[in-house]
Design a protein around this ligand. Sequence first.
Ligand SMILES: Nc1ncnc2c1ncn2[C@@H]1O[C@H](COP(=O)(O)OP(=O)(O)O)[C@@H](O)[C@H]1O
Ligand SMILES: [Mg+2]
Length: 131
Amino acid sequence: MNALMRVENLKKNYGKVEAVRDISFSIPEGTCFGLLGPNGAGKTTTIEIMEGILSPTSGSVYFRDREIDNHFRQKVGIQFQSTALPEFIMVKETLDMFRAFYPNPRSLDEIIEICSPSVIIDRDKRKFSSG
Ligand SMILES: Nc1ncnc2c1ncn2[C@@H]1O[C@H](COP(=O)(O)OP(=O)(O)O)[C@@H](O)[C@H]1O
Ligand SMILES: [Mg+2]
């Protein structure tokens, strides 16, 4: 099976703190992958480097054999550990805003159709349950 993502010799230091000490692994396409470990093991740092929001001290991250770049950002969807969505806007306005980040987005109607959030589309997101 091809590697969807590959991490090679990743290191991250915060000053004198060695947050990630030379790790390498690959994630096969079609698998569900998780990182387990004690507090402070470097899981969040590793994931944030893989998301492209933190730079490594050294080492590389590949998505489909290509080092992560803007192409990667356009291909993936990331649900962050905590996400701050704008307050005071409707669900469909949130979808419309996120679709605007992509060069050739599907229409808002198509996205609504695919995600099937039609029941909640006109609701204020502050009134949702956190789940
Ligand atoms: N921004 C930062 N500045 C300095 N040290 C940090 C920072 N972020 C994380 N660390 C340190 O790096 C280590 C790994 O942290 P982290 O990746 O959050 O671990 P985990 O998610 O496995 O609990 C810890 O020692 C943590 O204190
Ligand atoms: Mg963490």
